[in-house]
Unconditional design. Structure first.
Length: 432
């Protein structure tokens, strides 16, 4: 089997965890290839007795919950080791076997100085802030690009680790003390913090690129699961209001060591409306009762930071853009049930920018900031759709909504989420 990527088609929180979990039983490896504990997947798994278990994962790939699946943290990820072991311990307490986890020797680690820098920089930026999650993600990727990052493999050689920490703290210590008036952790404290995990980490660490390519050679299925989403991608997103990693299908290759020629399917996850956390442009954002309604019914509060998410209508322009940038072969449309009970459901089909119609994402940042949505108003439905399991089970207007959105978005919609649990899904085309 080829490799398959799952990516977010909007600004994150589209329900990638659920989609990954939907495939989890049929894939052998699930790989997290970008980001760190800025992400948050909520996975709800129905139990044999009819109850359901909810898991909030930040750093671990959601494949960790599927017994036959090997979860992998790829080289493109930045790892906060304390968070990694907290998450693992919490799962073990709930009876989940985590012994299959593999961690790339080339992934970078988030050290204390970068968590501090993330927070103080945001404070310093004031009204120009990005609205980061404050987890040290940006500064850690900056170190990686600046070639002063600390990698997982460095932790096992105390001498090398100390040299690298000394090198990076030489500069960061000055910045933290002299600009931000913060006492940075010392070299000894930092080395100690990172070394504390060495023993537990060692059995998990390997050349994950090699492991994954060998698995593909054997005909196994590898699912590459993006953190964040297309519009938060450092190259293709709404820069500078983005995260610092490659969240698109290209990043799936660089962040895992799997070549593009082995990637045959790209599943884009798109919510039936749009949300965003943090700062930055968002053309279809709602500031009225409709926005509050979506937030309330959709429970749109951040998994990682608890922040209320900004909510707005479906934006077909960004869905088309995501289809193009990622080469989306199938969309999964999530949370359709949240739209139940609306007289009319607006969908943004294009933007008006200072009197000029844009059918594609404007390349210029200022144009995107000024984009006014041009809406098509589709008929709503009132029936409860949470029990729908086939397309024909959906009310006609809900079917029309899915078909209209599909027509506008540049790839077929293969599955539709109608409720939080794994089972609450209408499958139109088998995903793998
Ligand atoms: P950072 O990733 O913490 O540097 O934050 C950069 C931007 O990405 C901020 O607007 C965050 O709110 C946003 N962001 C980061 N991770 C997620 C996510 O998992 N879902 C949605 N937004 C995210």
């Amino acid at each position: 089997m080829p490799a398959i990527a799952i990516i977010g088609a909007q600004w994150g929180d589209e329900g990638k965890g659920k989609a990954t979990d939907l495939l989890g039983d049929r894939v052998d490896y699930v790989v997290k290839f970008n980001g760190g504990n800025n992400a948050g997947h909520t996975v709800v798994i129905g139990q044999p007795d009819g109850s359901s278990e909810k898991y909030a994962l930040h750093l671990l790939p959601s494949g960790i919950l599927s017994p036959g699946c090997t979860p992998v943290i790829g080289n493109g990820v930045v790892i906060d080791l304390a968070v990694l072991f907290q998450e693992l311990d919490a799962l073990v307490e709930r009876g989940i076997d985590v012994s299959r986890l593999k961690v790339s020797a080339n992934a970078h680690v988030i050290a204390d100085y970068n968590r501090t820098l993330d927070k103080v920089t945001e404070r310093f930026l004031g009204s120009r802030r990005i609205g980061t999650t404050g987890r040290g993600i940006g500064p850690t990727y900056a170190d990686k690009m600046n070639r002063v990052g600390i990698r997982i493999q460095d932790i096992f050689d105390e001498k090398i680790l100390r040299q690298k920490v000394e090198g990076v703290l030489d500069l960061k210590g000055q910045v933290l003390t002299k600009i931000y008036n913060r006492r940075p952790a010392t070299v000894d404290e930092t080395v100690e913090e990172l070394r504390a995990y060495a023993e537990r980490l060692a059995p998990m660490v390997c050349d994950t690129g090699l492991v994954l390519n060998q698995a593909l050679d054997r005909g196994e299925t590898v699912l590459l699961e993006a953190g964040q989403a297309t519009l938060l991608d450092v190259d293709h997103g709404t820069y500078p209001f983005v995260t610092s990693s490659s969240a698109t299908s290209g990043g799936a290759c660089t962040g895992s060591g799997i070549p593009p020629t082995r990637l045959e399917q790209v599943i884009g996850i798109v919510k039936a409306y749009t949300t965003r956390v943090g700062e930055g442009p968002f053309p279809t954002e709602l500031f009225d009762d409709h926005g509050e309604h979506l937030r309330k019914v959709g429970a749109e509060y951040g998994t990682t930071t608890g922040r209320p998410r900004r909510c707005g209508w479906y934006d077909a322009v960004i869905a088309r853009y995501a289809a193009r940038v990622n080469g989306v072969t199938d969309f999964v449309l999530t949370k359709l049930d949240v739209l139940t009970g609306l007289e009319k459901v607006p969908v943004c089909v294009a933007y008006d920018v200072d009197g000029v119609r844009h059918d594609e994402m404007p390349v210029n940042q200022s144009d995107f900031h000024h984009a006014v949505p041009i809406y098509e108003h589709l008929d709503g439905w009132w029936e409860d759709i949470s029990e729908a399991r086939t397309f024909a089970d959906l009310p006609v207007n809900a079917q029309r909504y899915v078909e209209a959105v599909e027509e506008m978005s540049g790839a077929r919609i293969s599955a539709v989420g109608v409720g939080p649990s794994r089972a609450a899904t209408v499958v139109r085309h088998e995903l793998i």
